[in-house]
Design a protein around this ligand. Structure first.
Ligand code: HXC
Length: 514
């Protein structure tokens, strides 16, 4: 028996070494952790339980009959983060380039199924040359099985993709179907067709990095949500994200007990928010001043920066925050900002995370490019996502809340449960300048002193409508508060709405604009 156990241990050690020391050394020269090291860094110490170490491929084409692929090029199993169960897969680039064949895909599908059955987040670390070319359609089918599971698990368990190497071709669609995509800055790439194919088809010259590196996907395409300098930094960020999330759609997010007093007065808010509507400020400072311990995990911080979204806590409960950013494009809503916020809102609603919205927007961004790009269709996603959400919805109108953008930013009409405004709020159909130009066009042009008359009319409109009192008089705003009391008012509102239940007519699913 002892002899058999020694054999087992030896085999286990050999397989655990993946592609062997030479390949591991080459891998590490690139500044990468191995597949197994990544899992051990991600999970709580001693918590990892590995599955299917002994699985083998059965391909005999193109010399594969003599190719050993230890662990089939992917390490899978489960463990804990802060004591909470998560499932993981981590592709091993040292084994046939981490390529995905039939058995590799089966290993991933098994842990995905277990994650769904047990209601625990699924974290997939990608580092792969894509479909194992020798396995042909079996490899393709493996990807299909993963995509199908990604889709069925959506809204049931949080799914997190971590890109730590190549992720090319159709393989990119698994991360794209998940909730959050992390990328390491120096050694991750995602693209559908690589530089050589692009050169051959369109004649364009582009490097791998410029085509699909972390910077591109975090700033330009919006495919990725987080960027990290190193593998270690990236996995630390994943752990932090998980700390904000519930394990599944039927459980609560973990309460992270904070001793930040609910009634803490936000003196800084008096200086932070300029009274003049055309002066900007950083809305992230406003968010940090209000939430527990200023602990804000921003999602997609480098993409559509005119809209800030991310996780924080109020009175120890996780909340999703959506805020216009006056520092960028004056906080106007455009295509990318609408997409970014809508997707974030839908994630929060799927997982029962209440929404807190800070409004300071002059409206939708004007421009031919925006119209041709489909701002009508994209902007509608924001209206749809807010209207569809049944979690508690709290809205703070900070300054400008004009026109359709006012409505889109979780107005009372879209089902906000609590709407409060600062005295600086301006809730109106459009800005005073634009309104005066339209309403008093003839009056101004016929006046003796048109410039002076225009100024008077703008001032008249501002006095009458550019304030929170008209909306408050109609009950569209519940209260106008001293900004220093924001934290206390929001904590109270969150508690008052914590047991909210909202039923909608049964349907298969709505048809949201895409
Ligand atoms: C089989 C693969 C492989 C693959 C890499 N390898 N990708 N084997 N199938 N898809 C093997 C290599 O032959 C090599 O084996 C080892 O992995 C390491 O690869 P290298 O090329 O030496 O590494 P590197 O120089 O770092 O280059 C990495 C790479 C390159 C850029 C990812 O390997 C590459 O271009 N691979 C092919 C990528 C690709 O076209 N994939 C698309 C497949 S189609 P040895 O034995 O020499 O060490 C696809 C469609 C999915 O994915 C559709 C789903 C719907």
């Amino acid at each position: 028996m002892l002899e058999k156990i020694r054999e087992l241990e030896l085999l286990r050690q050999t397989i655990s070494l993946g592609g062997g020391q030479k390949r591991i050394d080459k891998h590490k020269e690139k500044g990468k952790l191995t597949a197994r090291e990544r899992i051990l860094f991600l999970l709580d110490p001693q918590s990892f339980v590995e599955l299917d170490l002994f699985m083998r491929h059965r391909c005999t084409d193109f010399g594969m009959e003599s190719v050993e692929a230890p662990g089939e090029g992917v390490v899978t199993g489960y463990g804990t983060i802060d004591g909470r169960l998560v499932y993981v897969s981590s592709q091993d680039f040292t084994v046939v380039g981490g390529s995905l064949g039939e058995a590799h895909a089966q290993k991933i599908c098994k842990v995905m199924d277990m994650a769904v059955r047990n209601g625990a987040p699924m974290i997939s670390i990608n580092d792969s040359g894509g479909a194992r070319i020798q396995e042909g359609v079996d490899a393709l089918n493996g990807y299909g099985n993963i995509f199908y599971r990604n889709t069925l698990a959506s809204g049931v368990i949080p799914q997190i993709s971590v890109i730590m190497g190549p992720c090319a071709g159709g393989a990119v669609y698994s991360p794209a179907l998940t909730d959050f995509v992390f990328m390491t800055a120096t050694h991750s790439q995602m693209f559908i067709t690589g530089p050589q194919v692009i050169k051959a088809v369109t004649g364009e010259d582009v490097t791998m990095e410029d085509l699909g590196g972390a910077n591109v996907h975090n700033t330009t395409s919006g495919v990725a949500h987080f960027m990290a300098a190193t593998d270690e930094d990236c996995l630390t960020q994943v752990r932090r994200l998980v700390s904000f999330l519930p394990s599944n759609n039927l459980s609560e997010a973990p309460a992270n007990f904070s001793d930040d007093p609910v009634s803490r007065v936000g003196e800084r808010l008096l200086e932070l928010i300029p009274a003049e509507a055309n002066r900007s400020y950083d809305v992230r400072e406003l968010v940090a001043e209000v939430i527990d311990d200023g602990d804000f995990m921003e999602v997609q911080p480098f993409y559509a920066e005119n809209m800030v979204v991310g996780f924080g806590r109020l009175n120890s409960r996780t909340i999703g925050i959506i805020a216009n950013q006056p520092k960028v494009l004056a906080g106007s809503l455009d295509i990318n900002a609408s997409d970014k916020a809508a997707r974030f809102i839908r994630f929060c609603d799927s997982f029962n995370i209440p929404l807190l919205t800070f409004v300071d927007t002059p409206g939708y961004l004007p421009g031919v490019n925006q119209e041709y790009g489909g701002i009508i269709r994209h902007g509608a996603k924001l209206l749809y996502a807010y209207s569809e959400a049944t979690v508690p919805k709290l809205t703070v109108i900070v300054r400008k809340a004009y026109g359709g953008a006012y409505l889109a930013m979780c107005s009372r009409a879209l089902g906000a449960d609590t709407v409060i405004a600062f005295p600086t709020a301006e809730v109106a159909v459009m800005g005073p300048e634009g309104a005066a130009n339209i309403l008093f066009k003839d009056f101004i042009s016929n006046a003796e002193s048109p410039a002076e008359t225009r100024r008077e009319k703008i001032s008249e409109y501002r006095q009458k409508f550019a304030n929170p009192y008209v909306a408050a008089a109609r009950g569209m705003v519940d209260d106008i508060i001293d900004p220093r009391d924001t934290r206390r008012v929001l904590c109270n509102a969150l508690e008052a709405n914590a047991t909210k239940r909202e039923q909608r007519p049964p349907r298969k699913h709505g048809n949201m604009p895409l």
